[in-house]
Structures are given as C-alpha cells and as structure tokens.
Design a protein around this ligand. Structure first.
Ligand code: F6R
Length: 364
C-alpha cells in the first residue's frame, strides 16, 4: 500500500534511508569498522578486469561503479548497456568477472548478456533486488540489494541500494588487491555508514523541490550536468524526468557542454548542475558559468560551501548535507528523483505508470 503517500514513487523515495541502511548491513561490519568478508567461493584478489552490464537506471549505477572500481581497486572496467554488449562480440578474458546489475533480475537484454558472458568463461556476479529472480538463480556471486518491492515504474530506491552495494564491493576488491590499509577501510566504512542520515538530510528538501517544480514544468527541454562519479547522476536525472514528466531532457558530462550542446542554451532552458564540494567542484563551476554567460537558467545542487562559493546568479539552489565524495552519488540521487517526481505531478502525468513503459522489460 501507498500508506500516506500520493504515489508509490514518493513512498519509495522516502524509504531510502531505511533500505540503504538495511542493504549496507549485509556488506559492512559497522561497529568493527570493517567490510564484511566476501563469500568464499569468489577470489577477488585474482580479478584482473571487470565487465559491467545493465540497462537504464541500473546501467547508470554501473557507470558510477566504474569510477569506484578503477579509483580504489585499480582494476580496469569495461561497461556497456546490455543490448549493445550482447551483440558486439565483446572481448572477455577467461576467468574475468562479469557484473550484472538489475532491480527485477528479469530484464531480457541483461539476462541474454549474462548467459553470453557465462558461455565466454566469465565468473558471474549479480547485484539484484528480487531474490527469487532468474538472474539471482544464475549468479555465481549473488550480491542482493535489500530495497524491498519496488512498485513505481521509475526506479528509485533500487538505484541507491545498488550504489551502496557497489561502493562496498569496490572497497572489498581494493582490500583483496592489497590497496586498502586498515585505516582507509575504517574510513570508507564510516563514510558509507553515514549515507542513510545524509539521505534523510536530502529528503528534508522535498518541499523546496516541490516549489521549484512549478518553474521547470513549463520547460520544453532540461539539461543536467555533472562530473566524475556524479556525471552518471546527470544521465539518471534526465532519464527520470523524461520517463515520468515527458519533458525532453539530456544529461551531459559538464566539461563536454562546450563541445556542442552549449548551442542549445538560452533563457528558456533550465540547467540542473550537480556539483558537490570535492576535487572536481571548481571545474564543474566553470562549466556552469559558461552556461550562465549564455543565459542558461541554472539550478545548482551542492552543499553549503558549494552554494556559498558559486550560488550567485543561479535561479535556484538546493543545499545538500556536506558528505564525503564517495557517498555523494548516493545522496545527490535524492534531489534528482524528487525533482522529476514533483515536475511530473505538476504536469499531471501518471507518475507510477508512465506511458509506454513496463516495470520489467522481458523482451530483447
Ligand atoms: C528507469 C527504469 C529502467 C530500468 C531498466 C532496467 O527508471 O526503471 O530504466 O532501470 O529497465 O531494469 P532492471 O534494473 O530491472 O534490470
């Protein structure tokens, strides 16, 4: 049931502090400041390459994971959407790890890719939300998300739970590779453990975002910009907005704007900039200023320091809790989801059952 919520999507957005905490409990020993040991049947130390395959929102979680796996574990990652991966004759070294990410565990494209990878001699790891699904059954290494049933067609809580699992997996891989000191492990566990409270802090902006939605609802196009691990969030923001509000939206790597898409900018185009404080902040802000100089209507999502430094000249700002860059993609998913939700409600679309879409896509 929807309880006191108007839509399943809104209920599921608000469940995230609880389900992310629930998911992290499987992967972290919080009190000990340790990662939970990986299952014995997989030798993470021997993993030389990871191939990530998924569709839609789950694919964007995989894109974030690529940054983490490469940064922490220094393991090269290949990533593709399942429908392309399956038929492009991908190169997979015997004994490589292939990682599939899916809420439903039934997506036909992802399942076909999984079976192809198995036939090519890969170990199969699956991050999946439905424990009884086909993909869960076919995994060598099952990495469950504990988001609970997701009813809204637009994926929300499954995404943040996938990110939580993938961050823990990146850290486990780094540890197995001898790339994580005990001190660093403790620090990562602490940062991840802070995610549920930070998500709660982000949810406090629900009403502010609802107020903002009225200004976005009339737009014909909306752009989302981000950098590094927050770039896939720009893609996710655009996907969420498209699928439930039917407004045309695109996500770009902030630095790529000036190579073409900036031609789209005028004062009728809202541009959502996702820019938490951190090593990439200044670069993202300079891309944002290029947009502002051409009349772009910027909505800046950052933390207090970021808004202080760069909020001037924005049509709106949203102040997220200050978090470590590792968990920023998890926390910044919340305003991105709420923005799409409230714009869709303002437009009067069927939020939980958007046109032309099904919850589980079982044809290739
Ligand atoms: C977007 C959305 C879809 C799914 C995609 C993969 O909100 O829900 O893009 O993410 O169809 O589905 P799963 O994760 O079930 O494989």
């Amino acid at each position: 049931s929807k309880g006191n919520y108007r839509h399943f999507m809104l209920k599921e957005i608000h469940e995230q502090p609880i389900v992310v905490a629930q998911t992290l409990r499987t992967y972290l020993r919080r009190l000990e400041g340790e990662l939970a040991p990986p299952p014995e049947d997989i030798d993470l130390a021997s993993v030389r390459r990871v191939t990530i395959v998924a569709c839609g929102t789950s694919f964007y979680a995989g894109m974030v994971a690529k940054y983490w796996f490469e940064q922490f574990a220094r393991v090269p990652v290949d990533i593709d959407v399942a429908s392309e991966f399956r038929y492009r004759e991908p190169i997979m070294e015997e004994g490589g790890l292939a990682l599939f990410i899916s809420q439903s565990g039934e997506t036909a494209d992802t399942l076909a890719a999984l079976r192809h990878a198995r036939a090519s001699g890969q170990k199969i790891a699956v991050v999946v939300n439905v424990p009884t699904s086909t993909m869960a059954r076919e995994a060598d290494l099952l990495l469950p998300t504990h988001a609970g049933p997701e009813i809204g067609v637009a994926s929300t809580k499954a995404f943040t739970c996938q990110l939580a699992v993938l961050a823990a997996l990146a850290a486990s891989l780094a540890r197995a590779k001898g790339r994580l000191s005990q001190e660093e492990e403790r620090r990562i566990v602490r940062h991840l453990s802070e995610a549920p409270a930070a998500i709660n802090g982000a949810l406090a902006y629900d009403e502010a975002i609802e107020a903002l939605a009225a200004t976005i609802a009339p737009a014909r196009d909306v752009l989302y910009l981000g950098r590094g691990p927050d770039y896939p969030l720009a893609l996710e923001g655009a996907l969420k907005l498209k699928e439930i509000s039917y407004i045309h939206a695109e996500g770009y790597a902030a630095g790529e704007m000036k190579h073409g898409p900036i031609a789209l900018i005028d004062d009728a185009v809202p541009v959502v900039v996702i820019a938490p404080s951190g090593p990439l902040f200044d670069k993202t802000v300079s891309n944002m200023q290029e947009v502002q100089a051409r009349g772009g209507q910027v909505i800046l999502i950052s933390d207090y320091d970021g808004i202080e430094a760069a909020g001037e000249g924005c049509v709106a700002t949203l102040t997220m809790p200050k978090v470590h860059p590792l968990i920023a993609p998890i926390v910044y998913a919340i305003p991105v989801q709420l923005l799409a939700y409230h714009v869709a409600v303002a437009k009067g679309t069927d939020v939980d059952q958007p046109r032309n879409l099904a919850k589980s896509v079982t044809v290739e």
